[in-house]
Design a protein around this ligand. Structure first.
Ligand code: ATP
Length: 886
């Protein structure tokens, strides 16, 4: 297609350069050509996940145990071990499979948008719906959605490194023509799917889609692999290994004690074996995946799309959030409130939001624009130098495009000046240099009759530095600017380029020193979002530093910072000051202590992220533009704006905010913390329950007692009684103080002193009391089976009550249980019911080995279980005193 003229391409694809395809034709073509998608996200097959779960040390140990049980003639035990094996494999398989599916469905929510004209109407659609012949519009920050031939380009460049390996942006030109074969990288009249636009804008006609695109041809069919375990997953794995070791050691210890004390060798041998099997954490690795993917879904419901599992846990340890101001901290409903002209006349503009109603007042009287040429000039220039469109749906007005420009277009509407009326009056746009957050200004070029005019708007300090105004005029404008920024307004200078003579097809990036004729400045209000103050307060309590990083003026930024309660230990610093300090030894400290960074460039964002990470912080950083991509990538959590953000920023990020709100980030961090805390609870429950059995049996064997519980009791406890409550802990809601403690240190993982101490102490207390209960019943003149049934039942009750201690970091989770975690209520009830069945249903009595208990026995074990739980609670309180901060 690159060798054909635009007209030939349009004819061949049977499309129109103004109206595009009709909706009907597009639908027909979609059936013919299929969706515009690369067939790569086929996901991981269920078989591969199953195999991955079978190839596991836990599985091997259980197979050995089953073989040993069968060979010792213990058929029921052998079967029980096989059931344990099935549980181990199936729980991890199902949780991983489900997690994989939910990640895939969440990833499907993140799709590329394309701006297309169908039947003469511009609209934004899912890029998968594009077909050959569609007329598309691509601008800075967009991902190119399909291979397409340019039909009009303005200062347009693309990064094609994904396709060609060339890292510099490629200048594109719709008018270029080739007569000979040319390499992909040189076909500058084409754009290619999978690349992105870094500058300017262009219209193009889609030539191929999906697997027929250049990137489709080289991609082929890929199947995504099984992901690396997350850091937390790795730690859980480590923990499982420790537990396996503990299990083996416990087995050996019981075996040795049995030998020394002359216990019947066979009974001891398989008690040791079953103890080892019981201590193995069958479902533990799976639960971390399950909890994380559940968290991912909850976050998505709360408008934060997290792209991969590790990000969920990183969010929980975030201790610095770097956020931009406009639209994230503020409403992004911009309104021009003040106008100050170079001739020192100033005006107030009435009205709020995008409703184009309100007068322009001078000295409190509405002005007539026909009597005020300079005012007309500045408003017309602002409108001509904008691309945003004001739209009215039913009663509401909204803006498509940049909200800053929206404010200018609304100002125009209040003054009766619209781009359409100006175009109708002979103003024809022939060129444009789009706004860029590094340059901080924008230029549009117009033809009006015989003459060419170039309008410019941008940050006042940048325009004043290039302005041809006299020193006095400059000082006056600077004062006016200071006055407006001190009120927290966002200020924009508007003017024109003196003596501009280019033809507009390519507005070059040269310095316009002494050529900018400033008409004046406009002050735009953009109030902070009403929930931001609260969110900042939450962060401050949670030990999370918030830093505002904005392209806006330092004074405006400081005022907004004060309004939202952002504490500044150091005054705001600018990007230029950062550049000067970069490389000095104090740089890290300066960045750490500063809360407001203003007039920053995208490179400054990188410097800030790097410095903070070097200091050991876990940094979440927001961004929306193309230039933000490197900073988003190098932050621990890159956060892109779903509404305002460019496709490039979304691609580079780890999380996308579908509502662009700062509060959503704080919410996601909170969810990350909840997830981590629930995993900790789950692990600590399973760990301590396993300890109980090991300690009780070890003590009994060492003190020359019979076995306190039977091997099948052990299996039943671990595989039936404990599993459901443990899994239900993943459904625990946030504890009240979850955002009142500092972020967890990145160095202290899951296993810290307090955590281990708690497990050991509670395991010891529960184990010791089981041993005492066992001894108590031994003195009661009943059968050994009765004593073992009583001890077994005590262990069940004590462990189920122990869940309540585990539920709350620093309290007892009984009163809030029904309200907060119904899944856990169900799980505990189910476990209790099963235990009652084991004691009273004859078939189960025979299989597991139990006998019915009297009411008196129930009373004793219930009382003892509550007393033990009380002791564990007391120990928990003491431990918190000793290690308050972990
Ligand atoms: P944040 O980084 O918090 O979103 P911001 O939106 O104010 O801040 P930029 O978009 O980089 O940052 O804007 C920096 C400055 O450039 C603004 O203060 C304003 O003066 C000017 N500016 C913003 N938008 C435009 C635009 N569309 N055209 C011309 N100048 C603009």
């Amino acid at each position: 297609m690159y060798k054909k003229t635009i007209e030939d391409v349009l004819t061949e694809l049977n499309t129109d350069r103004v109206f595009g395809l009709s909706e009907e034709t597009a639908q027909k073509r979609q059936q013919e050509y299929g969706k515009n998608e690369l067939k790569k996200a086929r996901g991981v097959s269920a078989w591969r996940i199953l195999l991955h779960n079978i190839n596991n040390i836990i599985v091997y140990i259980l197979i050995v145990a089953a073989v040993l049980s069968f060979s010792m003639g213990e058929i029921i035990e052998g079967i029980a071990v096989l059931i344990a094996l099935m549980i181990a494999v199936l729980t991890s398989f199902f949780t991983e499979y489900k997690a994989q599916k939910s990640i895939e469905s969440l990833q499907r929510m993140i799709f590329t948008h394309a701006k297309v004209v169908r039947g003469g109407v511009w609209q934004e659609i899912n890029a998968s719906k594009l077909v050959p012949g569609d007329l598309i519009f691509i601008e800075e920050g967009d991902s190119v959605p399909a291979d397409a031939r340019l039909i009009r380009s303005m200062n347009f460049a693309c990064i094609e490194s994904a396709l060609t390996g060339e890292s510099d942006a490629v200048e594109k030109d719709a008018l270029a023509l080739f007569s000979e074969d040319t390499g992909l990288g040189d076909r500058i009249n084409m754009v290619f799917a999978g690349t992105s636009a870094t500058r300017g804008n262009a219209h193009a006609v889609v030539t191929s889609t999906g697997m027929s695109t250049e990137v489709g041809k080289i991609t082929g069919m890929l199947e995504s692999g099984i992901k690396e375990r997350t850091p937390l997953g790795k730690e859980m794995n480590k923990l499982s290994k420790i537990l396996i070791l503990v299990a083996l050691l416990a087995g050996i210890a019981v075996l040795t004690a049995g030998f020394v004390t002359n216990h019947p060798i066979e009974a001891i041998l398989h008690t040791a074996l079953i103890l080892a099997v019981a201590a193995i954490p069958e479902a533990m690795p799976a639960v971390s995946t399950m909890t994380l993917s559940r968290g991912m879904r909850t976050m998505a419901e709360h408008k934060a799309l997290v792209k991969h599992l590790p990000a969920v846990e990183t969010l929980g340890s975030t201790n610095v959030i770097c956020t931009d101001k406009t639209g994230t901290l503020t409403e992004n409903q911009m309104t021009v409130g003040r106008i100050v002209l170079t001739n020192d006349r100033s005006y107030t503009v009435e009205g709020n939001g995008y409703q184009p109603v309100g007068n322009i007042l001078a000295d409190e009287r509405a002005v007539d624009l026909s009597d005020d040429d300079r005012l007309w000039d500045i408003i017309a220039a602002a409108v001509l130098c904008s691309n945003a469109v004001l739209k009215k749906d039913e009663l509401e007005y909204s803006v498509i495009g940049d909200p800053t420009e929206g404010a200018l277009v609304v100002l125009g509407a209040k003054a009766g000046i619209s781009r359409e009326s100006l175009h109708a009056g002979g103003w024809v746009r022939i060129g444009e240099m789009p706004f860029d957050s590094a340059r901080k200004y924008m230029i549009t070029v117009y033809e009006h009759g015989e003459t060419v005019h170039a309008f410019i708007k941008g940050a006042p300090d940048v325009l004043l530095a290039m302005s041809l105004q006299s020193r006095e005029e400059k000082e006056r404008l600077q004062d006016a600017n200071d006055h407006l920024t001190e009120k927290g307004l966002r200020v924009l200078g508007v003017g024109k380029l003196n003596g501009y003579s280019g033809d507009g097809s390519r507005v070059s990036i040269v310095s316009y020193l002494d050529r900018v004729d400033l008409f004046g400045i406009v002050g735009i209000t953009d109030p902070p979002r009403n929930d931001v103050r609260e969110a900042i307060g939450i962060c401050q309590q949670a030990g999370i530093q918030v830093k505002m990083i904005t392209g806006d003026d330092p004074k405006t930024a400081s005022i907004i910072a004060r309004e939202i309660g952002l504490r500044e230990a150091k005054a705001a610093i600018t990007g230029k000051e950062l550049d000067l300090a970069a490389g000095t030894p104090e740089f890290g400290d300066l960045v750490k202590k500063t809360a407001v960074f203003a007039r920053v460039s995208p490179e400054n964002k990188m410097q800030i992220v790097d410095a903070l990470r070097k200091e050991g912080s876990v940094v979440a950083m927001t961004g929306d533009g193309v230039n933000d991509a490197p900073a988003l990538k190098s932050a621990d959590i890159g956060v892109a704006m779903g509404i305002r953000g460019t496709e490039v920023a979304k691609e580079a990020s780890d999380m996308i905010l579908t509502d662009d709100r700062f509060y959503t980030i704080v919410d996601a961090v909170r969810e990350g913390r909840v997830i981590f805390s629930n995993i900790k609870k789950y692990v600590s429950f399973l760990f301590s329950c396993n300890m109980v059995e090991i300690i009780t049996i070890f003590l009994s064997v060492s003190f020359l007692k019979p076995l306190p519980i039977l091997p099948l009791h052990i299996l039943f406890l671990n595989l039936v009684i404990d599993i459901a409550p443990a899994m239900a802990l993943a459904y625990e809601p946030a504890e009240a103080n979850i955002m009142k403690a500092p972020p967890r240190s990145t160095h202290s993982g899951l296993i810290n002193k307090r955590f281990l101490g708690r497990i050991l102490f509670s395991g010891a207390v529960l184990g010791l009391s089981s041993f005492l209960i066992f001894n108590f019943f031994l003195t009661q003149n009943t059968s050994l089976l009765y004593v073992q049934t009583a001890t077994f039942t005590f262990m069940v009750l004590a462990q189920l009550l122990h869940v309540l201690n585990i539920r709350k970091e620093n309290g007892f989770g009984l009163t809030t249980l029904i309200r907060e975690n119904k899944v856990l209520v169900g799980a505990v009830s189910l476990s209790l019911l099963l235990q009652i069945m084991v004691i009273y249903v004859p078939f189960m009595q025979q299989t597991i080995g139990t006998t019915p208990l009297t009411a008196d026995t129930w009373a004793v074990i219930l009382l003892a279980a509550f007393a033990t739980t009380g002791v564990v609670y007391a120990i928990k309180k003491v431990m918190r005193r000793i290690y308050p901060s972990e």
